[in-house]
Design a protein around this ligand. Structure first.
Ligand code: SAH
Length: 342
């Protein structure tokens, strides 16, 4: 077994994990404890493993180890840190982090499925990991009692890092999260720094595909469901010609507006639920059909001009600023880039 784990660590090194503390943690924690039904060769490969299903749906996985390690490095997790993890699963990531922060540090991890929370707690006991606190609850609310945290590591796709996580992070601390995209099939993994009591700044580091979170993290999906459920109450108020759309712009629009979706068509929703707009025609279309709230057209135009104005960047080449002055953050490309030539 020792030899298997040594080879595993070498594999992670080849896959880009650099930090010796992180590599050492991988050599100390037996992954098979967290994925009991998986053949041992697969356990020590650099792959995502399914750990829990319910009614045929995948409910929980053990993430790809090299990705976990690289995120830990990007978050700057170090000895003595207090780390909040969202989405415990069976607990492998929390166990690895507990070795990186050492006995002076602490890991608080929140899971919303009771059964998984129980399993994780038992796994920590089995391994004698005393600095991991397992919490059962909706991670959207974080865990106030132990706040503020130095680092927050989200391991499930979320609609945005809610205001609770933001408040529970100390200024200067980092948060990493996979953001749900409803128009595309990947999750951009953001790593951001809390620069003051109102703002996060950071960018996209990895192209990932995490499971989507339940609970209040899925507020954008809930917004779409509510709006589409009662769409008859909105009258058609205008039809506007729009420029040909590109995927780059739609990704930008989705992240900066937090309210673009795709079903059969692209749908752009008013945050106050006063109306919505649908792009009709080929490739997102050449027309914007607006229902309920005429100003949606101007807003759409505003985003398009902003994107054109900064040189039509792809989202992976931008820095983003998230401002938490209201319930839902505003997201904007960081000023650092505005006015630069591409
Ligand atoms: N960190 C885990 C991987 C977790 S997979 C590991 O290392 O193995 C994502 C987990 O997030 C699942 O177990 C899922 O049940 C949980 N989850 C989904 N929505 C959640 C929510 N709102 N709050 C907390 N956990 C959630």
């Amino acid at each position: 077994m020792e030899k298997r784990r040594r080879r595993f660590v070498e594999l992670l090194r080849l896959e880009g994990v650099r930090d010796e503390k992180v590599l050492k943690a991988f050599s100390e924690i037996p992954r098979e404890v967290f994925v009991p039904d998986v053949p041992i060769d697969l356990v020590y490969s650099d792959t995502v493993l399914i750990t829990h299903r319910k009614d045929g749906m995948i409910l929980s996985t053990s993430s790809q180890p090299s990705l976990m390690g690289r995120i830990m490095e990007d978050l700057g997790i170090s000895k003595g840190d207090k780390v909040l993890e969202i989405g415990t699963g069976t607990g492998y990531n929390a166990a690895i982090i507990s070795r990186v922060v050492g006995d002076d540090g602490i890991v608080v991890t929140v899971e919303n499925e009771r059964e998984l929370y129980e399993i994780a707690k038992e796994n920590m006991c089995k391994l004698g990991l005393k600095n991991v606190v397992c919490v059962h609850g909706d991670g959207y609310y974080g865990f106030e009692n132990s706040a503020p945290y130095d680092r927050i590591f989200v391991t499930v796709g979320i609609d945005e890092p809610g205001v609770n996580l933001f408040r529970q992070l100390r200024v200067g601390g980092t948060v990493g999260f996979p953001m749900n995209l409803y128009c595309f099939t990947w999750n951009p993994y953001f790593v951001m720094v809390k620069i003051d009591d109102e703002k996060l700044m950071g960018n996209i580091r990895f192209d990932t595909s995490f499971l989507k979170a339940g609970g209040n993290f899925a507020w954008r999906k809930n917004l779409l469901d509510r709006m589409m459920h009662s769409r008859e109450r909105f009258n058609h108020v205008g039809s506007f010609s729009i420029p040909r759309l590109s995927y780059s712009f739609l990704e930008f629009l989705e992240i900066c507006s937090l309210r673009l979706f795709r079903r059969t068509e692209y749908i752009f929703i008013d945050i106050e639920e006063r109306g919505y707009a649908i792009f009709s025609g080929r490739f997102g279309g050449t027309k914007l059909e607006v229902y309920g709230h005429e100003e949606l057209h101007d807003e759409f135009e505003g985003f398009f001009k902003m994107w054109m104005g900064i040189g039509r960047p792809s989202i992976t080449s931008l820095d983003f600023l998230m401002r938490y002055s209201s319930r839902i953050p505003t997201v904007e490309p960081s000023h650092r880039y505005i006015g630069q030539n591409w």
